[in-house]
Write a protein that binds this ligand. Structure first.
Ligand SMILES: *Cc1c(COP(=O)(O)O)cnc(C)c1O
Length: 358
C-alpha cells in the first residue's frame, strides 16, 4: 500500500508553509500596502509589473484543469519542468541516503538534479530496442529508491515506452513515486493516451508535461506537473512562493485560448517529421532513422562526428549524441520548418556528393 507520508523526507512532512502577503488577503480590490511593492509603477514602458504575481496561478489552473481532465488541485506549475524535477527530489530523497532510478539514454536533468542534491542515481539502461528492462528496473528499486523516472516519448531516442511495462513498475513500486515525463506527448501517435488519465488508479504516479515543446513557449519557462492532490500539496509547500512570473502567467493563459494553433503546429511538425525521415533514409551516409513519437529524429550516421562538424560549418546545429551509450553514431535532429529542413537536407546531400567525389 502506497503511503506518501512514508516516502517524504521527515522534515518536509512537518514543514509549515511560508505564508506570503498575497496568501493572507486574497481579494483583488483594495489599497495594497502589505507586500512592500512599488506603488507608483514600473520602470518599463512594456506594462505594469509592480505587483507580485498570484503564487497559486489560480487562473491558469482553472483553464488547464478541464483541458487536461483533472482538478485544479492535481496541477503544479513550475519554472520549466526543471523546477518540479528538482522539487520532487528534494521532497523525497534524503541526501547521501536515498536514490532515484533512471533509464538511460534519457533526459539529463534527472541526474543533474539528483547530483546537485547529493542523491544517488541508479541507472538501468533501456534495452537495445529502447524499451524498459522490466526485471532490471524492478530489481534496481530498493528501500531507498524514492523516485523512478520514465521518459515517454523518450529523449533522445524518440520512442514511447510500452505502457504495460510502466503499469508493472507502478504496481510494483509501492514505496516510490513513478514519474512519467511526457514533454513530447503531443507528438505521439494516435491511440496513445496520456498517463494523466491513470492518476486516479495510481497514487504513486506523477506526470510531467511542459509548455516548452508543442505549445511553443520554451522562453517562458513553464512546466506542468500532474499528480494526486496530496503530492501537489507537498510541491506547493516547498516551492518558492512566486515561482511563476506575472508575464508568464498572462501569456500562458492566453496560450490556453489557442489550442487550435497548437494542434496546427503539431500537425505541421508531424508532416515535416515524416518528410524529413524519408529524405534522411535516402542518404547513403545514414544507417538508420529511428521511429519517432516526438518532434525530433534520432539518426545513426556512418561518421556522425564528421557530419555534426560539417553541419556546424554550414550553421546547421543539431545535437551530437554519438558518445551516449546505445546512441553510438547518432545525432538528434529537431524537426524544423519546411525551409529549415530543406536547408539541413541540402547540406547533408551536398556532403554526400562531396564524399562520393573523393
Ligand atoms: C524539453 C524537455 C522537457 C522540458 O523542459 P522545460 O524545463 O519544461 O523546458 C522536459 N522533459 C524532457 C524529457 C524534455 O526533453
Amino acid at each position: 500500500m502506497f503511503s506518501l507520508a512514508s516516502i517524504l523526507r521527515p522534515h518536509i512532512a512537518t514543514l509549515t508553509p511560508y505564508s506570503s502577503a498575497r496568501d493572507e488577503y486574497t481579494g483583488t480590490e483594495g489599497v495594497f500596502l502589505d507586500a512592500n511593492e512599488n506603488a507608483f509603477g514600473s520602470t518599463t514602458s512594456a506594462g505594469r509589473y509592480n505587483r507580485y504575481p498570484d503564487p497559486h496561478q489560480t487562473a491558469i489552473k482553472a483553464r488547464l484543469a478541464p483541458i487536461k481532465g483533472v482538478s485544479a488541485g492535481q496541477i503544479f506549475l513550475g519554472n520549466g519542468s526543471d523546477e518540479p524535477i528538482d522539487l520532487l527530489i528534494r521532497a523525497t530523497c534524503r541526501p547521501g541516503q536515498d536514490n532515484i532510478v533512471i533509464l538511460p539514454p534519457t533526459y539529463g536533468m534527472y541526474e543533474v538534479s539528483a547530483n546537485l542534491n547529493d542523491v544517488a542515481v541508479q541507472k538501468v539502461p533501456l534495452t537495445a530496442e529502447y524499451q524498459l528492462n522490466l526485471p532490471a528496473v524492478l530489481s534496481a528499486i530498493d528501500a531507498q529508491t524514492k523516485l523512478v523516472w520514465i521518459c515517454s516519448p523518450n529523449n533522445p531516442t524518440g520512442n514511447l515506452i510500452d505502457p504495460a511495462a510502466i503499469r508493472q513498475v507502478l504496481d510494483a513500486a509501492q514505496s516510490s513515486l513513478v514519474v512519467v515525463d511526457e514533454a513530447y506527448i503531443d507528438f505521439a501517435g494516435p491511440g496513445y493516451a496520456s498517463w494523466i488519465t491513470q492518476l486516479a488508479h495510481y497514487p504513486n504516479l506523477v506526470v510531467l508535461q511542459t509548455f516548452s515543446k508543442a505549445w511553443g513557449l520554451a522562453a517562458l519557462r513553464l512546466g506542468m506537473c500532474f499528480a494526486s492532490p496530496e503530492v501537489i500539496r507537498v510541491m506547493n509547500l516547498i516551492k518558492p512562493p512566486y515561482n511563476i512570473s506575472a508575464p508568464t502567467q498572462a501569456l500562458a493563459l492566453d496560450a490556453l485560448n489557442h489550442v487550435a494553433e497548437k494542434e496546427q503546429m503539431v500537425a505541421e511538425t508531424l508532416a515535416e517529421r515524416a518528410r524529413l525521415a524519408d529524405a534522411l533514409r535516402r542518404l547513403p551516409t545514414v544507417q538508420h532513422v529511428f521511429p519517432s513519437d516526438a518532434n525530433f529524429l534520432l539518426v545513426r550516421f556512418d561518421e556522425a562526428n564528421d557530419v555534426f562538424n560539417q553541419l556546424i560549418d554550414s550553421q546547421v546545429i543539431v545535437r551530437n549524441r554519438s558518445s551516449v551509450t546505445r546512441c553510438e553514431g547518432c545525432l538528434r535532429i529537431s524537426v524544423g520548418t519546411p525551409a529549415e529542413n530543406d536547408r539541413l537536407m541540402a547540406v547533408l546531400e551536398g556532403m554526400t556528393v562531396a564524399l562520393s567525389n573523393l
